[in-house]
Design a protein around this ligand. Structure first.
Ligand code: SF4
Ligand code: SF4
Length: 464
């Protein structure tokens, strides 16, 4: 224990004036954090996944269409995107209400990138005490070499983050080809530069200050967390009165609680929080203090869990209300289910080819010299595929109806709405009423795939 107390002498609480050099320690929660960090590999590897002849997930802003595997989403379907965002916002609220800032502690890109930057720093500069010493040391060749390597690595990660972000919006392989041939467009260059600098500054320098001062989520989480939320909590019943381990005093003789005031929980905290003061805004709930305290307890032969995931109610011996008796859980569940149903409906009704029919109002109909009645329509054919489709138009629903120039094929341009004006003629004697339902069909072949769409409209004749 002596070496831990020595270290504690040099430990300071975070006041925002100094860089926090958190100690890195192995443990169960540290491993979980690495697993969670690896979630972000999706950002780096995702753009290289192919689907047929194109990128599997491509947010093609210039052509205003999103490709997600076999599905193409055009601006007309963006309401689904709103539902998806709503679903994840509520999911975040549910997770926060139940288990605190899991997102902050384990998944948020700010904390994940900061953690990776700090890991590089730890590998190059050593443990926190060495790092602080190096910061204060005068510049010499060794310090320049270490600092230069660290900042270069940070910049490389920032640059790769920028490239990976942009690769979701353009073809990833083409992006690299343009990059190595120095033919990148200005938008891509500016985006990559902004991401490189942003990542470097936020993860390398601002670190936990971003959570304190810039992130709005840190502010609003207070209304989502209550006494029933299970979060990393210091068991003050067991820990207090805290007191240092005294030589010659056996476990049976001691009059202090289990906390030995070693400050290890603060030493590993990436935001410099002392969790023994209760829940605080600065705590991102990464649970690393649990690992630190457990390792101390194991060394002393005391039970682990002095800091553990626990709700305040449970800590105070109150019975926690069952989940289904909490109105909040019901409200969240209803909104999430509604959002999921909406997304499911949208996905199941997404067609590769869509048709809209607008009946001309002026005039409603024209009497032809051969005695037939003619109606004019504007068809809008939406092609969500990646290639142009030769679309054939036909009608049904009225016996004897003729589509003028029916053999003409319209090229439905990919990712666009193609308008086409058509005329339908029906011999007057075949019309039995003023308005008769008529169905427009559009059919086209793209490769092996036969695509079809239809839309009902009305045919208008004179009054009877
Ligand atoms: S107090 Fe514990 S859980 Fe909170 S941020 Fe610090 S190490 Fe993570
Ligand atoms: S809570 Fe645990 S890690 Fe923190 S000071 Fe007390 S014994 Fe040390």
């Amino acid at each position: 224990m002596e070496e831990l107390y020595d270290e504690a002498e040099h430990w300071q609480l975070n006041t925002g004036e100094e860089t926090i050099h958190a100690k890195r320690m192995k443990g169960k929660w540290r491993s979980y954090k690495w697993y969670a960090n690896s979630f972000w590999l999706i950002l780096f590897l995702g753009p290289y996944l192919r689907w047929g002849d194109r990128q599997a997930v491509l947010f093609d802003i210039p052509n205003r269409q999103f490709h997600i595997f076999g599905v193409t989403i055009l601006p007309q379907d963006f309401w689904m995107l709103s539902l998806t965002l709503l679903f994840f916002a509520i999911l975040l609220a549910v997770v926060t209400a139940l288990a605190g800032r899991i997102w902050c502690g384990f998944f948020c890109f700010q904390t994940v990138w900061t953690d990776i930057y700090a890991w590089i720093e730890d590998k190059l500069e050593g443990a926190p005490q060495k790092r602080r010493k190096l910061d204060k040391a005068p510049w010499n060749v060794n310090k320049i070499r270490i600092k230069l390597t660290k900042h270069l690595l940070w910049l490389v990660i920032g640059f790769l983050t920028g490239i990976s972000f942009v690769a979701w919006f353009v073809d990833a392989f083409q992006l690299w080809a343009d990059l190595v041939s120095f033919t990148l467009g200005s938008t891509a260059i500016i985006s990559i530069a902004l991401f490189t600098v942003g990542t470097y500054v936020l993860a390398g320098f601002l670190r936990e200050q971003t959570c304190f001062w810039l992130c709005p989520y840190a502010r609003i989480q207070a209304v989502m967390i209550d006494n029933t939320t299970v979060v990393p909590t210091y068991d003050f019943h067991r820990g207090e009165p805290r007191g240092r381990v005294k030589k010659g005093v056996s476990e049976e003789e001691r009059t202090t609680g289990d906390c030995v005031d070693c400050n290890q929980c603060i030493a590993v905290c990436p935001t410099g929080v002392d969790i023994r003061h209760g829940q605080q805004e600065g705590c991102i709930m990464c649970a690393l203090c649990i690992d630190a305290c457990d390792s101390v307890m194991k060394k002393l032969g005391r039970p682990t869990g002095l800091i553990r995931y626990e709700s305040l109610d449970a800590l105070n011996g109150k019975e926690s209300r069952p989940l289904l008796k909490r109105p909040r859980v019901w409200v969240y569940s209803i909104i999430m289910t509604a959002a999921l149903l909406g997304i499911g409906y949208g996905m199941s009704t997404l067609d590769a080819l869509e048709i809209k029919v607008i009946h001309s109002r002026q005039p409603l109909f024209v009497l032809q010299s051969d005695g037939s009645i003619q109606n004019k329509y504007t068809l809008k054919i939406l092609n969500k595929m990646t290639g142009d489709i030769p679309a054939k138009i036909s009608i049904s629903g009225i016996d004897g109806a003729i589509l003028v120039d029916a053999d003409l094929v319209t090229t439905a341009r990919h990712g666009k709405v193609t308008p086409r004006t058509v005329f339908v003629r029906v011999p007057k004697k075949l019309l039995k009423q003023e308005t008769t339902p008529i169905i427009f069909h559009v059919e086209g072949q793209l490769g092996e795939e036969l695509l079809k769409a239809q839309r009902e409209s009305i045919f208008i004749g004179p009054r009877y």
